[in-house]
Design a protein around this ligand. Structure first.
Ligand code: DON
Length: 581
């Protein structure tokens, strides 16, 4: 045990020093700032304790899926604002031999949900009803997803993968300053929306010397370890969820829980030069939007126009984004309920055509940009919004056999609905807000939607999560993803471009400042320092409305370097950790 603790701290030290200093083993011509370098296996996640668990599982002989399952449970304990068992997500998996599949464990609308669930009698959206409290909760998919991925690809006993999380929930764990601050920011909401004393609540708030035990959560995890899927969707945990719903006027029933099934789906696949991109298809918009952006930008030599984030490059990227998010709002939804014109949206002639009205010298106006009309489309229409809190979490894993896992998972907003399941110790999502509550009315990420993403019982809400695996010349090249709500897609895009067009290391690509446009509102969001003054001036003159905001995305990724080593890039915007061996 002591040895493990020591190893953990050594790994952390090693990791953080790698992030500060150039690594002289780099195969690239110029010494560069790199992330963690390892020769065999790597885990990058939002929390050091979770990454450490994943690495240990692989050192004990587990594969990438085993590590992913264990890391996910560890995140549910150590990173409760997004790590979860009460939410959902998506996995893209590539075996060492190159077979790629995806698992959709996205939440579903409960059977009692209906199109007008969040509207008043005058058909207006009731503010925050889909964001806070019991009615905001979708039927959780994470536990079913973890059981399914393990069933198909795992090698170690499932219970052994839950065990580290149980131990951590039972132990008195110190939390990072960042986490403490977040807990403290949400104390009132935890109390307001939970019907029993919430485990992350402390009278007077948390301080740096406090440690936290989560005994109810440990018991819930024990049920899951012993009974797998049934340990969550049936029995005492399911009873607690339904009792919580009844106390808080929620609508999830025993039947909803029993019926929940995650879904294996074909990946979205695209070729850009010698890169093959595998990403998540509907009900996530991520894969389609990422490929649309890459295909729209492909004809332009964006890295040849002056320096990094040259105004002309930025202008092209923004204009592609504007058009892609217009398509997203109209054509994307749960494919089990809505015919998504996937082939039409990815057709290169269609995509080149989308850029036809693009003006080299001037910003387009969002009000004049509509969704396109790709082959197979059902309908067309449009609207505005603002950007709110963005917490989700991503993990990237590669094992010694070259199996690669890319998982993005979420409760949606910070701490989801802020509803803790009484007696069971975990938070429930507020994923229902990802549906379009009413055509054209923005959700908390400012995203608008229509028929394709209208609420229906059993339907999955549209996502932006973009877990992605990329090959170069047929070989594993990058495992990548990020949180960030609507900014997920554009953060993955920029990190990929930074490596492939600007020859950055994975860590440099992640550190680089980001920007984002999502059609509506007609605003370019930028991190502080994303553009120099001259670039800002030029972009403004072209008609772009620039707004500085806080961090965009938290990319956790792995790059296979030219010499075959793995470079884990952990985002410096959070406590994220890349650990490998
Ligand atoms: O699925 C989605 O697109 C959103 N529920 C993701 C939410 C998110 O990324 C929040 N923050 N980082």
């Amino acid at each position: 045990m002591k040895k493990n603790v020591l190893l953990f701290f050594l790994l952390i030290l090693w990791c953080s020093s790698c992030r500060e200093a150039p690594n002289f083993n780099t195969p690239n011509k110029n010494a560069k700032l790199t992330g963690t370098i390892a020769s065999k296996a790597m885990v990058v996640s939002a929390h050091p304790r979770a990454s450490e668990v994943g690495v240990r599982i692989m050192q004990e002989g587990g594969n990438a899926i085993d590590a992913a399952v264990a890391t996910m449970f560890a995140l549910a304990v150590n990173y409760p604002r997004a790590g979860n068992i009460g939410g959902g997500g998506f996995m893209v998996y590539r075996t060492g031999e190159g077979a790629v599949t995806t698992l959709d464990f996205r939440e579903k609308a409960p059977a009692k949900a209906h199109r007008d669930l969040y509207l008043d009698s005058a058909k207006n959206v009731i503010p925050r009803l889909s964001i806070d409290g019991h009615l905001a909760v979708g039927v959780p998919g994470t536990v079913d997803g973890l059981v399914r991925m393990h069933e198909r690809y795992g090698s170690m006993p499932f219970a052994d993968l839950v065990a580290p999380a149980i131990k951590m929930a039972e132990a008195s764990a110190f939390v990072s300053e960042d986490e403490l601050n977040h807990y403290n920011e949400h104390q009132d909401e935890f109390v307001k929306f939970s019907t029993r004393p919430p485990p992350l609540y402390k009278k007077g708030g948390w301080s740096a010397s406090d440690s936290i035990r989560q005994t109810d959560l440990a018991q819930t995890l024990r049920y899951i370890a012993e009974r797998g899927r049934a340990g969550f969707y049936e029995g005492p945990v399911a009873d607690s969820i339904v009792a919580e719903m009844e106390r808080g006027d929620g609508i999830i029933s025993h039947q909803d829980l029993k019926n929940y099934q995650s879904q294996w789906r074909e990946p979205i696949r695209g070729q850009v030069r010698n890169f093959t991109i595998y990403s998540m298809g509907p009900p996530s918009s991520g894969g389609i939007a990422l490929l649309q952006l890459l295909e729209m930008l492909e004809p332009y030599p964006i890295n040849k126009w002056g320096g990094y984030h040259d105004f002309k490059t930025v202008h092209h990227i923004i204009e592609a984004e504007r058009r892609v998010y217009a398509d997203r709002a109209t054509h994307l939804g749960d494919p089990d309920f809505y015919e998504v014109p996937i082939a039409g949206l990815l057709d290169s002639v269609y995509l080149r055509d989308r850029m036809k009205d693009f003006d080299e010298a001037q910003a387009s106006r969002t009000k004049y940009i509509k969704a396109g009309n790709p082959k197979g489309a059902v309908s067309v229409s449009t609207n505005k919004g603002t950007v709110e809190s963005e917490e989700t979490t991503h993990l990237s894993i590669v094992d010694a056999a070259g199996n690669a896992v890319s998982i993005t998972t979420t409760l949606n907003g910070n701490y989801g609905s802020k509803v803790f399941v009484g007696g069971a110790g975990f938070l429930l999502n507020n994923e229902m807000d990802d549906f379009s509550a009413k055509p054209g009315v923005p959700n908390m990420f400012g995203l608008v939607g229509n028929e394709a993403n209208a609420i229906q019982p059993g339907k999955r809400m549209l996502s932006s999560m973009t877990p992605t695996i990329i090959e170069k010349d047929g070989l594993l090249f990058m495992v990548i993803g990020t949180p960030g709500g609507s900014t997920i897609i554009t953060s993955v895009l920029q990190s990929f471009i930074n490596v492939t067009a600007y020859d950055m290391s994975m860590q440099e690509a992640i550190n680089a400042k980001r920007f984002h446009h999502q059609w509506k509102p007609d605003t370019v969001y930028m991190e502080k320092g994303a553009f120099d003054e001259l670039t800002q001036e030029k972009l403004s003159k072209m008609g772009h409305h620039l707004v500085e905001r806080g961090p965009i995305g938290r990319v956790d990724a792995i790059l296979v370097r030219e010499n075959g080593n793995l470079e884990g890039g952990a985002d410096i915007r959070g406590d994220d950790a890349a650990l490998g061996f």
